[in-house]
Design a protein around this ligand. Sequence first.
Ligand code: NAD
Ligand code: ISE
Length: 350
Amino acid sequence: MTLDVGVIGVGMIGQDHIRRLTRVLSGARVVAVTDVDLDRARAVADDLPGGDGHGARLHESGQDLIADPAVDAVVVTSWGPTHEEYVLACIAAGKQVFCEKPLATTREACDRIVDAEVAAGRRLVTLGFMRRYDAQYRAMKATVTSGEIGLPLLMHAAHRNPSVPPHFTSDMIINDSTVHDIDVARWMFDDEIAAVTVLKPRVSSKAAAGFNDPLLVLLEMGSGVLVDVEASVNAGFAYDIRGEVVCEDGTVELSESAGPIVKRAGGYSGRVPADWRERFVLAFDTEFQAWVDAVTAGGTTGPSTWDGYAATVACDTGLAALRSGQREPVVLRERPDLYKPDHSREALSG
Ligand code: NAD
Ligand code: ISE
């Protein structure tokens, strides 16, 4: 069986996911697309084989695409502030939806999505936190979880972007970039974040006016584990993602991620990825194949609406901490049964 997918938002990552669904993965095809930029969507639709081999269907709005009976499941890759509307419409239509981060840009919007999915009584939403599918992060988590190097005490992380597009704002260093490290921290330690503090080092001379770049974001986990994240968006040289968990009896860290190390003439060199597409290409592939397989089998998989909600609340708290200069506690609503681990197996079934 082939899963017929509709894609809302065909910008950079939308087109990258269409490429992998069409040319890399098995069991899915893109049969419909839309974008607020209809010319862009038309060009993408015309370039696709679609369901009948004559291009994908072009819809004038995301709502039309979701209502299309030819669309089995939906991928939302439009701008963050538009995610709430489309995710809610997918839940109302009873269709599985893969939503790129963020789930929504405010706590209140995430609350509405939690409420809608809980009322639907089953999981319909998967969040695009692809680092959970990265081989190195998975190996790191397996080591931490096994207990072989003792209890975790703290984690050091760095998230260095070479540059960012003109629409990027200073706050997005936290809610667009650091949101991935926030999700990694929750997933790595199977724990919620209890408080956030944000420190502002000397501002990079390469930062745009008004930008606090770089930032040092300190996450306190419920267990007391501390996670420090250096986040910067003008590193210039490359896309550099780092992580090290310090445990009582040892440490585990991400290694260099792309290609071999070459040693010659008294030195050594290797490649640092150019951007997130290069660094996480296999993680994205694995993430999407898992989603396609699970949805085809009648369920879903991967990070949930709760993970999206908790990440957005932690980001909001991080922004409050940036402005106050204080340690700010993270206040989460009670986790609904739908998202409790012992409930998750039955909740996945459609
Ligand atoms: P982009 O600007 O390249 O593309 C966004 C597209 O959405 C554009 O084509 C735009 O016209 C379209 N759009 C905007 N409003 C719309 C609406 N109301 N309806 C339909 N289409 C609309 O941005 P991008 O880099 O592709 O990012 C898209 C999303 O993916 C963002 O939420 C971003 O945070 C996320 N993202 C995730 C990762 C990751 O590593 N997981 C990487 C990049 C982007
Ligand atoms: C981008 O939207 C992503 O999600 C990338 O993974 C991240 O590294 C980058 O900072 C974001 O802007």
